[in-house]
Design a protein. Sequence first.
Length: 276
Amino acid sequence: MIQRVITIDDIKIGNEFPFTLIAGPCQMETEEHAIMISSKLAESCEKNKINFIFKASFDKANRTSISGIRGVGLNTGLKILSSVKSKVGCPVLTDIHTADQCKEVANVADIIQIPAFLCRQTDIILAACETGRAVNIKKGQFMAPWDMTQVLDKAVSTGNQNIMLCERGSSFGYNTLVTDFRSLPIMKQTGQPIIMDATHSVQSPGGAGKSSGGQREYAPVMARAAIAIGVAGIFLETHQDPDNAPSDGPNMIKLDEMPQLLEKLKALDDLIKNSE
């Protein structure tokens, strides 16, 4: 199977290329906050020669509770992402929740992300892919990895071949996710770049009652395991104070722990891909 390579600026994203880091906070808070986190991540990535794409969400539309903080909204969120692109100089990714958001988001975002809960929504997939932007589609927690071929067929029917598939864990009873690492080589058989979401895969959906819980201590383990298998990218959410973050704090990695983790991931990625 020929492995597709997606080019964004000077970054090549492919299963046989050095891994790309997609990282940032779960949701946007302020422009200053986004610049601070993206700058620190960019610095660590430059030091370790890792390609970096900043991610953050303008709206968390699937919060557990009606009282959950959802985010800054579309207009403010796109302004923040534009600022990150111009001031930090890195590509950006954000997720959409409705088909009518896609065109406006595509004016700013280099990659449009389709959330796991929405990965079977045909209208959303088509609208995102018709923008011509690269699209990262998260595998639903309720789906087998081989079922993502049907999702991919919907996406490429638009003529857009720049599609990434992302593993983020599978439902295992109530409030629990597990990761079947067979899914990575299975989805790699499509030839598309495969991304491992190492932080959401250790989430406990709804596990804290009115919000989700998680076990952030295992996120680095998930990232290392995926790198050992060989993937195009690692998706990590990070925050300087996860315990007080507006969403997904329990599974976000502390920002000051990222440099050491990235150094280890880079060394492992080089070992695996240089030996193949």
